[in-house]
Design a binder for this molecule. Structure first.
Ligand code: FAD
Length: 414
């Protein structure tokens, strides 16, 4: 009377379209190109996915972490997934009679042995520092976004430079929007894309600490670069960045999030931070630095060391306020790549220049490292950290593993 158990059971990997913010992180991370997207959804191809989990930790929303036990021949196809507005309900697997049923061990073997599993190592940690505060995520979603009011919007790069970066302050009024430094929010730009679908959300890192852009206020700030050309230098009009940079005071914006559960700062006394950033990657560094600055007199702070890269001083967001911070509070290293009359310097050059101090901090288990900015900086920074470690006679692969395992090395690049 019972249907026989199909020969193959698949633990199918699915992405929740209601939570996914279409940030492309999963597609970029997948080592076997199993993730793809159309203008509606990001989806996983059941014929390619090998369950390696590489895409799961970097996903800012957790929408990636959905699984269904399926009869392999009935797995949801990529085309079906493109059409979804929400995940389908779980289906019960066909029931089998006891004799035909595999033992639970056999069943888990089926699930645990995807074809040709690839091992994939993330450059950074997939866990937060042990002492990080607990983050709230996905409180507001596409279906139920929160409306915030713009209470400030001004340029933080020199008016005569090509780099138009804005500091934007959003206020949440009476509604709760709890955040931590290192988290990001999603902005839903108004209007529709070329296919007539609502624009997808874009992510922006918080530039303010957990207690608000103004301490004690229910607001936060963002650092947004106006996109006027694509990554290849071809003229392009960035939908969301232009929308944000053009907002006026008292305009309202649709916000979702917060997102991010690993790129978080340690919460225990005397934790040291090494912060390495370029351009708008300075946003989370500003948030963390400001958290430390507000408790400067408490004696709780560890050391802060900043490596900050830009083409020129005038293209460095927040240059003025940054340079006013006391030197015994933060060790600032500016790497300028196009400052007239000066040799080109990149953040990795300065990490090597300051090898002694970097090694000293790396040797302290209270030190966490944060890297944020252009995607291309990851390799250069890792190489520089490897070089300074090896110069000190230490094995970088052992230290690198430890930093990842202990949630002490974090990357957020885009
Ligand atoms: P789109 O309309 O999406 O793209 C227009 C064109 O520009 C496309 O060809 C696209 O490939 C290209 N493009 C997209 N982004 C860039 C870019 N950054 N530089 C050059 N070309 C680009 N951005 C910030 O300004 N500040 C932040 O703090 C910030 N934090 C982020 C945090 C995370 C975790 C992630 C994933 C992204 C973050 N971004 C940040 C990038 C942001 O989400 C948008 O991708 C960016 O603002 C461009 O969106 P857009 O709608 O203006 O451009």
């Amino acid at each position: 009377m019972n249907a026989p158990l199909p020969a193959q059971v698949l633990k199918q990997h699915l992405i929740d379209p209601e939570i996914c913010i279409r940030c492309n992180t999963c597609e970029e991370t997948c080592p076997v190109d199993a993730i793809t997207h159309d203008s509606n959804n990001y989806v996983v191809d059941p014929d390619i996915c090998n369950g390696c989990m590489a895409c799961v930790p970097p996903c800012p929303t957790g929408s990636i972490d959905n699984w269904r036990l399926m009869v392999r021949s009935e797995a949801y196809s990529v085309q079906e997934q493109f059409g979804w507005e929400e995940l389908p309900k779980e289906k019960a697997l066909p029931v089998v009679d006891d004799a035909a049923a595999p033992s639970s061990d056999e069943a888990s073997d089926v699930l645990a042995q995807p074809a040709a599993q690839t091992t994939f190592t993330l450059p950074g940690a997939s866990v937060p520092p042990w002492s990080a505060a607990h983050p709230y995520v996905n409180l507001y979603t596409h279906k139920a976004p929160m409306t915030a009011t713009v209470v400030g919007n001004y340029r933080v790069t020199g008016a005569d430079t090509e780099s138009d970066i804005h500091h934007i302050v959003l206020d949440f009024g009476e509604l709760p929007f709890p955040v931590l430094e290192g988290q990001s929010i999603g902005i839903l730009p108004p209007g529709v894309d070329a296919q007539g679908r609502p624009h997808h959300a874009r992510q922006y890192s918080l530039a303010s600490p957990r207690d608000g852009e103004r301490a004690g206020y229910n607001n936060l700030s963002l650092t947004v670069k106006r996109v006027t050309e694509d990554h290849g230098g071809v003229a392009a009009h960035g939908v969301c960045s232009n929308y944000l940079c053009d907002l006026a005071k008292n305009d309202t914006v649709q916000v979702i999030g917060p997102f991010g559960h690993t790129f978080l700062m340690p919460n225990h006394p005397r934790a040291n931070l090494i912060m390495i950033c370029t351009g708008t990657g300075s946003a989370p560094m500003r948030a963390m630095t400001e958290r430390y600055r507000r408790r400067i007199d408490t004696g709780e702070n560890g050391k802060l060391m900043l490596f900050f890269g830009a083409r020129t001083e005038r293209e460095l967001p927040y240059f003025g306020p940054l340079m006013k911070l006391p030197r015994d509070f933060i060790d600032i290293n500016l790497a300028l790549s196009r400052e007239p009359g000066q040799p080109k310097r990149y953040v990795q050059d300065l990490i090597r220049d300051r090898a002694g101090q970097v090694r000293e901090l790396l040797a302290d288990r209270n030190t966490c490292i944060y890297v944020c900015g252009l995607k291309g900086m990851e390799v250069g920074v890792l190489d520089a950290l490897r070089d300074v470690t090896m110069q000190g006679g230490q094995d970088w692969s052992i230290l690198h593993d430890m930093l990842r395992r202990e949630g002490r090395l974090h990357f957020e690049t885009y």
